[in-house]
Design a protein around this ligand. Structure first.
Ligand SMILES: N[C@@H](CCC(=O)N[C@@H](CS)C(=O)NCC(=O)O)C(=O)O
Length: 148
């Protein structure tokens, strides 16, 4: 939102603290971040937030204008959102966590190769998709911000 000049206020909540679940529930029905609250309505999932912003700010072209580039951008966003379970499980984005027994496995390696492959194809085929995708990666850092 910052990238596109959309005004918003940020609420900071420390994750993984004893009081975190009750604090998150004040804003987010799922008890997770990110959540964007527009007026009184929460939108509580990163992809839903991206889609919502694309819908209410059509002039900003958050997704590419060109149909095929848009389809590819949406497919990548959806795959990123629902996929890579082995990578997420074994190498979660928590810089303070110590996770004995987790780390690189053959399945994690496959997830990483798929991500590299997505980027290689995007770079070869469509600059517009790449720009959109980079921008969308920033969008989840919306309203409620996690602190490590
Ligand atoms: N599918 C959700 C995932 C949300 C999610 O797992 N958020 C984590 C932080 S990245 C969270 O809120 N963790 C806090 C908790 O589970 O207590 C999305 O992308 O919005």
């Amino acid at each position: 939102m910052k990238q596109f000049g959309i005004e918003f206020q940020k609420i900071r909540i420390l994750l993984y603290q004893p009081e975190t679940p009750s604090q998150l529930r004040q804003y987010s029905p799922s008890g997770k971040v990110p959540v964007l609250i527009d007026d009184v309505q929460p939108i509580w999932d990163s992809l839903a937030i991206c889609e919502y912003l694309a819908e209410i700010f059509p002039n900003l072209n958050l997704y590419p204008e060109e149909k095929i580039a848009r389809v590819v951008a949406r497919s990548i966003s959806a795959e990123m959102h629902s996929g890579f379970q082995n990578l997420r499980h074994n190498m979660p984005m928590n810089c303070r966590a110590v996770l004995p027994g987790r780390g690189m496995t053959p399945d994690v390696q496959k997830d990483i190769e798929r991500i590299v492959n997505i980027w290689a194809n995007v770079a070869n085929n469509s600059v517009q998709v790449a720009i959109c995708y980079l921008v969308n990666l920033q969008l989840p850092m919306l309203c409620t911000h996690q602190l490590f």
